[in-house]
Design a binder for this molecule. Structure first.
Ligand code: HEC
Ligand code: HEC
Length: 327
């Protein structure tokens, strides 16, 4: 039961990249433990994740001479050009799905690294073999969500697009990607009234939202509104986005009646949970010490996460087009 709650949470945390650890006194310790357990990270699709994880992890941050060789090879030995049709399809998917983190040109954004300079992408050479596992599994603890449903064909298209980008960079040809605002604002407004207006208002909290963000950032904000920006730039966490938690510690010999605490979730990982109560007191528990502990999390952004699975491509374009009218 607890496990299930935690697994659900981690999926959420993966998408929203909660930055709650900072408030935990023993954050460094926890992070070290988390790193040790990275092999058992929960994933959206256990069936698909295992091989991918293995493939993706060793590349991460590799600065070995092999990685450097790959990079040089990638930049100098410009291989066969990508299949233009696949590249076009890949671009469309990339701009909409990945662009607000990695930049529409894949050269990096506030929330994701430059992929044109990535050794992993260079090594992929348009095949999808290296990129595929990262797309399927994400890097949940680092702010990259999993896209478990991507097909091999979609991954191949994205790989071809990224191949084109690395080649363009190597050729020093810059090309910029067209405006991503292609939807219909009226249809977007109708969607907004039905799905968003319960929590938001175009003249209230979202007034002038389009003046605040570039289109690509704005798209990121409505798809992943949590403060998942691990690079420390971008908007501060909004108190409306804070997760709340109730921790129930079962009766024990020292605590015959058990206890229940509620507050703002301050920290959670595979080993412990911490909260800050209404008077600002921080409390934390390790699951080992508090056997049978129950953790219930209420995430105000849960609805956003649900919507993420409901939008069609057209919905996303239309919503963005509508939000763009809120200058
Ligand atoms: C919510 C932001 C976000 C989205 C959306 C996102 N990524 Fe990422 N991505 C990241 C972050 C952050 C990292 C760096 C993770 C790390 O440090 O290991 C990353 C890493 C990667 C890497 C590995 C780069 C390397 O050198 O190790 C690839 C490849 C990648 N992303 C491709 C994609 C693709 C393709 C998509 C769209 C299907 C996508 N990403 C969507 C945030 C995102
Ligand atoms: C159940 C309530 C709820 C629903 C439904 C909902 N949101 Fe949100 N939304 C939130 C909360 C909570 C936040 C985080 C607080 C914040 O950043 O303003 C948020 C944040 C946002 C942000 C970021 C605002 C900013 O200033 O960065 C945008 C944009 C957004 N939502 C758009 C939408 C759109 C578009 C829809 C419908 C498709 C939608 N939301 C549906 C609750 C909701």
């Amino acid at each position: 039961m607890i496990r299930a709650v935690l697994l659900c949470f981690f999926l959420v945390a993966g998408v929203f990249g909660t930055q709650t650890q900072q408030q935990n006194p023993s954050a460094t310790d926890q992070k070290a433990k988390q790193a040790d357990s990275s092999g058992q990270k929960p994933s959206a699709t256990p069936g698909q994740s295992a091989p991918g994880q293995q493939g993706a992890q060793p590349q991460q941050g590799a600065r070995s001479s092999e990685a450097v060789r790959q990079m040089i090879r990638g930049f100098l030995a410009i291989g066969a050009p990508p299949d233009t049709e696949a590249e076009k399809r890949g671009q469309a998917t990339f701009v909409q799905t990945c662009g607000f983190c990695h930049g529409t040109n894949a050269t990096g954004g506030a929330q994701g690294p430059n992929l044109v300079r990535s050794t992993l992408v260079l090594h992929d050479q348009g095949s999808g073999k290296e990129i595929g596992p990262v797309i399927h599994d994400g890097r949940l603890t680092k702010g990259m969500p999993a896209f478990a449903n991507f097909t091999d064909a979609q991954i191949h298209d994205i790989a071809q697009f990224l191949l084109g980008r690395t080649q363009a960079a190597a050729n020093r040809m810059e090309y910029s990607i067209q405006n991503i605002v292609t939807g219909d604002p009226k249809t977007g407004e109708a969607y907004f009234q039905v799905h968003c207006a319960t929590c938001h208002s175009a003249t209230g909290d979202l007034a002038h939202i389009a003046a605040k963000y570039e289109p690509v950032t704005l798209e990121g904000r409505f798809l992943y509104p949590g403060n998942m920006n691990r690079f420390g730039m971008g908007p501060p966490p909004d108190s409306r986005a804070e997760k709340h938690v109730t921790v129930t510690v079962p009766p024990s010999t020292t605590l015959p009646s058990g206890v229940k605490y509620s507050g703002v979730l301050a920290h959670i990982d595979d080993f412990s949970v911490g909260l800050r109560d209404s008077s600002g007191v921080y409390r934390s528990w390790t699951y080992d010490d508090a056997k049978g502990i129950q953790v219930q999390i209420q995430d105000p952004l849960e609805q956003h996460l649900k919507l993420l699975h409901e939008y069609s491509d057209a919905d996303m374009h239309n919503i963005l087009a509508y939000l763009e009218t809120l200058k």
